[in-house]
Design a binder for this molecule. Sequence first.
Ligand code: AHG
Ligand code: MN
Ligand code: MN
Length: 343
Amino acid sequence: MAASRILTLNEVIIQKQSAFPYAKGELSRLLSHIGLAAKIVNNMVNKAGLEASIIGETNNINVQGESQQKLDVFADETFTKALQASGIVCGVASEEKDEIIVFDDDLSRDGNYVICIDPLDGSSNIDVNVSVGTIFSIYRRITPHGQRISKKDFLQPGIKQVAAGYIIYGSSTMLVYTTGLGTTGFTYEPSIGEFCLSHYFMVTPKSGKIYSINEGNYIKFPLGVKKYIKYCQENDPETNRPYTSRYIGSLVADFHRNLLKGGIYIYPKTASSPNGKLRLLYECNPIAFLAEQAGGLATDGYGNRILEIVPTDIHQRTSFFVGSKNMVEKAEEFMKEYGDGYE
Ligand code: AHG
Ligand code: MN
Ligand code: MN
């Protein structure tokens, strides 16, 4: 539902602050700092076609074995600096860094929060003017104040997230977040340089008509996924037409479309990626939190709720089934019946 009067991100998070008395305004300030970094990255993403210095690959390979794009590095540095400058965050786990970053300065050392972040999601799409994003997840630290934080502070199940969200740099730029009280969306208004409330209490349709999966990997999919895809291609009991296939290759953009329209996104494990491709801490958990808060579901396809998986590694991967409740449940039925077998 559209808001009757334009409210900015800062105004809304200040209004909602009363719901988190323990946070003393910290969470609100933190979300503001994330919004600021998002504006800086947005500005650079918009220039990507013009600024030769920002397109293309660096010479680095990240911990995932993927070649880092220049904009991956820029986004990582921008968000890390903004989080450190907030004074509220004591450490970051980023897709672009092998190890956790511990902020050891006087301002941040005792910060109450740790962040898991995918600074630029879908980065292979930068050079071709296709939507990319940033995904973040916020946890309270576990290590007592006065002691140095460790990986343990980041290896918390998704149900412990105090907030999560994404920014989509698309045909318009949006910031979507949740603090566990529904999913809310803001659209960037460049003329005033603010994220403005545009999607209050987002609710995803219980069923949809879109399925999103990289079908180029079809022969490597578990049998349950193959059967579910066939079902999508043959069945829509309501309209008697097949579902529609849509796949951008940016998780944020694929999820965002399905959130609004209804649909399912699947990145299963495959014969060549036995643990799936997407990363639990900074891709699947935040997206799962947002999905559930909008009335959707997120599982690993094997009956396990994403948010309850206890991580053992900061770059851990998982298979991922997310989207409209009825569609995820149907896909789970196929997985239960046919599992990982081969035809
Ligand atoms: P990233 O750019 O952060 O490495 O993430 C890419 C991810 C995700 O955004 C997308 O859904 C998926 O990789 C696409 O993978 P395929 O090209 O294998 O379909
Ligand atoms: Mn990503
Ligand atoms: Mn990324």
